[in-house]
Design a protein around this ligand. Structure first.
Ligand code: NCD
Length: 308
């Protein structure tokens, strides 16, 4: 089995299939044990530093730490409320925060920011989203959800839909799915296609991938439809966002075309990509996905702190 003790979690590309299974199995066990009081991290302190908006990622890390008996210190609006607003470098912030805690979780708009913090700090650092880069813990909860909803991680067709250029969750998830026998269909407007470095790396690993703009066709053959938001905050030109928003909408008329048992996922927040009428479809897994995020983050905290 892999060992994650003391490791940074910076990108989905860092994981072996063995490590992914270790995390998924640990999360599964924690889900089963939720009703017990788990005091495994008593005496440990987690710091969460969020320089970008978040509901689920920050709250689930903090809830995970509380569920495990640990403590949390947090700067929710780190851009304006931390010394970054006075001009402090990220490296100095990291060298400061590590004096107070055992583990840092950071979200920041710049690609590579979590790596920079990890280089400055001697304690483990978890990337909770670095701009349009990576979001490895989201990808882990996504692949956990696929495993739980579909009952397997092989012989699956997964369509990744929406803003594949800026969407860090799909950058990370495609890397994790590439470790398994899964076919990927990337569905986006051509202006928001997956960065070529990502498709090249997947092709080099012999992952079966297709790129298309046709959501309706992909809906017919997919086991999982992973829908994402057009990432408005990443556009340099607001008129380009206006042109592309609403490119894909999943509604009941699309659901009618699904083959039996297709699962619909979304990292959330949604804007208009999934019509709320779809929420009552049994395969709509996005709120179960949120719950799974708690188990995955509990597992990661335990594994990284060597307490699993
Ligand atoms: C995602 C993110 O922050 O990248 N949200 C999340 O962490 N659940 C997706 C998004 O913002 O669209």
């Amino acid at each position: 089995m892999g060992n994650l003790k003391g490791k940074d979690i910076l990108t989905a590309e860092q994981f072996s299939q063995e490590e992914v299974w270790l995390i998924l199995r640990t999360a599964e066990r924690l889900g089963d044990e939720m009703k017990k009081s788990l005091d495994l991290l008593r005496g440990y302190i987690l710091a969460t530093l969020f320089f970008e908006p978040s509901t689920r990622t920050r709250l689930s890390f903090e809830a995970a730490m509380h569920r495990l008996g640990g403590e949390v210190i947090s700067v929710a609006q780190a851009k304006s409320a931390s010394s970054a607003a006075k001009g402090e470098s990220l490296a100095d912030t990291a060298r400061t925060v590590e004096q107070y805690c055992d583990l840092i979780v950071i979200r920041h708009p710049q690609i590579g920011s979590a790596q920079e913090v990890a280089e400055a700090a001697s304690i483990p650092v978890i990337n909770a989203g670095d701009g349009a880069g990576q979001h490895p813990t989201q990808a882990l909860l996504d692949i956990y959800t696929i495993w739980k909803e579909c009952g397997r991680l092989e012989d699956l067709t997964v369509a990744l839909v929406g803003d594949l250029k800026h969407g860090r969750t799909v950058h990370s998830l495609s890397a994790l799915l590439g470790l398994f026998d899964v076919r990927l269909i990337f569905i986006s407007p051509s202006a928001l296609a997956t960065p070529v470095e990502i498709t090249q790396r997947l092709r080099a690993r012999d992952v079966e991938i297709a790129e298309s703009e046709d959501l309706a066709a992909a809906a017919l053959e997919s086991d999982v439809l992973y829908v994402t938001r057009i990432q408005r905050e990443r556009f340099e030109d607001p008129s380009e966002y206006e042109r592309l928003k609403g490119s894909y909408i999943v509604d009941n008329s699309l659901v009618q075309r699904f083959k039996e048992g297709t699962v619909v996922m979304h990292p959330l927040p949604r804007v208009d990509e999934i019509d709320p009428e779809v929420d009552s479809y049994p395969g709509a897994a996005y709120f179960r996905q949120v719950r799974n995020g708690l188990y995955i983050r509990m597992a990661l905290l335990l594994l990284v702190l060597g307490k699993a």
